[in-house]
Design a binder for this molecule. Structure first.
Ligand SMILES: [Zn+2]
Length: 111
């Protein structure tokens, strides 16, 4: 594999992390207006509750996906230092890999 191909794989991986993060933000931000909208539309409380729970589960799934995301450069957990780290206390919004230090946004950073 050439350096350029390797770099492209890393970029794709980093892009995926950014997309997942964006999805997580959207879910968090949209949650309150969504519930408000459902209530104002006279949707039965049980349905609102079910949608609310499903919504939160969806957010947790994305958070776990982020927590277990492997760094495309060093193949360790991006948000957890070391392989034995606790994903639940991982730094979900770190801007760089906790292991090799590759920047999420910087292009072409090598360690
Ligand atoms: Zn790394």
């Amino acid at each position: 594999m050439t350096d350029a191909q390797e770099q492209e794989l890393i970029d794709v991986g980093l892009k995926r992390i950014r997309h997942l993060r964006m999805g997580l933000w959207v879910i968090v931000i949209v949650f309150v207006p969504l519930v408000y909208l459902l209530v104002s539309m006279n949707v039965p409380e049980a349905v609102v509750m079910a949608i609310g729970v499903a919504w939160v589960c969806f957010g947790v799934i994305i958070e776990l996906m982020l927590g277990f995301f492997r760094c495309p450069a060093c193949n360790k957990y991006f948000h957890v230092r070391g392989m034995r780290g606790n994903v639940l206390v991982s730094k979900i919004f770190t801007k760089k890999c906790m292991n090799c230090g590759i920047q999420l946004k910087q292009h072409g950073f090598r360690h």
